[in-house]
Design a protein around this ligand. Sequence first.
Ligand code: AMP
Ligand code: GLY
Length: 422
Amino acid sequence: MKILVVGGGGREHAIIAKISENPQVEHIYALPGNGGIAELAECVPIKATDITAIRDFAVEKQVDFVVVAPDDPLVLGAVDLLEEAGIACFGPDKKAAAIEGSKVFAKELMKKYGIPTADYAVFEDLEEAIAYCDAAPHYPLVIKADGLALGKGVLIAASKEEARADLVNIMQERVFGESGSRVVIEEFLSGPEVSVLSFTDGHTIVPMVSSMDHKRALDGDLGLNTGGMGAVAPNPYYTEAIAAECMEKIYLPTIRAMQSERRPFKGCLYFGLMLTQRGPRVIEYNCRFGDPETQAVLPLLQSDLLSIMQAVAEERLHEVEVKFSEDQKTCCLVLASGGYPQKYETGFPINIGDTGQTQIFHAGTKLKNGVLCTGGGRVLGLTAIASSLPEAIECAYKAVEKIEFRGKFFRTDIGQSAACLE
Ligand code: AMP
Ligand code: GLY
């Protein structure tokens, strides 16, 4: 089989590593891929957002199956174009991807179908949004741009003044572009956060092993929000009882709601949950695998990933086994370029020594005259597997010392809050 994977980050490297284990796979194309993916796949410089070029390429190469991994091509309708051309895909179509593409759509869906989430209000008018915040009895408030914003469109306002400034930035200055034409203003919730990725074909839903992301740049959850600085799996806060409650109150109601709205969701549905005193609440949905959660979760998958993805595409997920290791834990550390998520330099050679049993997933790397160099904010992810979380963490931190590049920067506390629960 010829497989095409759209995307070029650590998540895509982890997906391609798993897919390449299937003996039926003869060739993998990655669009655009990266310096590490190049060892497993043919990387072709087509941008993940250029969905017509992706469709044309898939047709020309007579690709058998496409995995669309990032949010933007999904929200733009890459799967619709590919399916119209008769190519089987893993990923939701445009109508279903709105669950991530519009926060207003997601909130209204949850309200209509009684799925637990933070209370909220929606505004299209700046003055009305400001008046609402001025009258709000409690702070902080959470202000979210409606559309995609590279994971940066969520602001926590501690006071009326901050709320006003945030609203002006989003709705008037348009710091997140058109995504800021509408905002969701919601109640601030607190509690441990859990990421649950799931396979769903629109009828059946199979959650994967849970995980914990670390979104802030600095130790102690300080600093700016990033795409994610590390993840551990499973997440020890997510007990069997909580998993059962989420299945009943969140996962099944969500896929049924999408069916009722005639937007059946097929692909990986990501539930960003907060475990509050009043029970689990949905913080966000994503229409795709998380990054770096995927690099922590997929190494624990024992079943064949490509077979699961095909079963999702053919709406027969109930027929296949989805088995994860039950006694292993993972820790994924992200190595970033100094300065990320703000300004950083790239183009520095990367030296990878003996990292033992860990798996390395490339994110922002590129080959320059055959030399592996840094090429982005998040450069590499390094995943260690062990029989306990403290061991996985120790192993990952030992291996990190064997990787060198100028400006190498990582958090030193990934998984600590999880490990102390074990
Ligand atoms: P999102 O991009 O929706 O995942 O939001 C980014 C981060 O903002 C989340 O991981 C949470 O830490 C935080 N956040 C989002 N919504 C809320 C909320 N209602 N209450 C508290 N924190 C939130
Ligand atoms: N790590 C969070 C995300 O992928 O959205």
